[in-house]
Design a protein around this ligand. Structure first.
Ligand SMILES: [Zn+2]
Ligand SMILES: [Zn+2]
Length: 285
């Protein structure tokens, strides 16, 4: 049997390994194909594609776009096979990163008001030239002894509902879908469980609306999906004629419980990759 991983992050967003290191890990973990899906940026795809070609791993470009959605809950849309030089997506990243750059000083200011001594300079230093992520800030808080662990930092201060939490810039789902399609990609709803729908009918309505806007697939296998959810999302994918995808959502050190190439003790079958690739190829012909 051959396996794949179609959902992972690098230092281009909030992962702890460089795109090349993620591909090396993919090779070591025994998958035959992968996609890199950094949050709101295609920046790591060139490097990853090069490394994948060198190491003999099949590769699809990717992105994971954060969309507007009610709280509590997350709506993330994956774009596969997008043009790594897409102007539309490069603009999107710039726009969202700018929004976040406005958010970061507010987080620091709030922490200062709460008696936590931390500065933007320290955060920048910790990020080492990468996009500033909350895991970087969490690491500083642990080091300075304000919290006992990264998890504690998120629970108390930085996570949704935390004392210094500010929502980040997000895109309306319709706009995210249009951007993915415009840049030659296939759109997939990531980890539906994170929508935190109250019941089946809300989930169905949400998926139906996205399908009407052009959604093409559902991520059925994910580290947050137990067997029941995998079965339920697979059924829905069949019902709406959508592609099925799956992956680990590997981030590296910041989410240690997630292992590359595995989604909650399961392996993602190669056919998910093949079907996705067929659809991407059909689009470009
Ligand atoms: Zn996600
Ligand atoms: Zn992800």
């Amino acid at each position: 049997m051959s396996y794949v991983d179609l959902h992972c992050h690098s230092t281009a967003s909030d992962g702890s390994l460089s795109p090349r290191e993620v591909v090396k890990l993919a090779k070591a973990s025994g998958v035959s194909a992968m996609a890199l899906t950094d949050h709101d940026t295609i920046a790591g795809n060139r490097e990853a594609a090069e490394a994948a070609a060198e190491l003999g791993i099949d590769f699809i470009t990717g992105i994971e776009i954060s969309c507007e959605w009610r709280s509590p809950g997350n709506m993330h849309l994956l774009g596969y096979g997008v043009d790594p030089d897409s102007e539309v997506l490069a603009d999107l990243s710039r726009q969202l990163i700018e929004g976040r750059n406005n958010r970061n000083p507010r987080i620091v200011q709030k922490l200062n008001e709460l008696g936590v001594a931390v500065t933007m300079e320290e955060w920048e230093q910790e990020a080492g030239g990468n996009v500033l992520g909350r895991p970087h800030l969490a690491a500083i808080l642990v080091r300075k002894g304000y919290v006992s662990s990264i998890k504690h930092a998120f629970d108390k201060y930085l996570g949704q509902g935390g004392l210094a939490y500010f929502d980040k810039e997000r895109l309306p789902p319709r706009q995210a879908l249009e951007m993915i399609h415009e840049s030659g990609g296939i759109s997939v709803l990531a980890h539906p469980v994170q929508l935190r729908c109250d019941n089946d009918s809300e989930l169905r309505t949400t998926i139906k609306n996205l399908v009407d806007m052009g959604l093409q697939g559902i991520e059925v296998m994910h580290s947050d999906h137990d067997d029941d959810l995998v079965a339920r999302y697979s059924e829905m994918a069949d019902e709406y004629g959508l592609l099925k995808t799956g992956g680990s959502d590997f981030h590296g050190h910041s989410k240690k419980h997630i292992q590359f190439g595995w989604s909650r003790g399961r392996r993602v079958p190669r056919e998910f990759f093949d079907q996705l690739q067929q659809k991407i190829t059909a689009l470009s012909e």
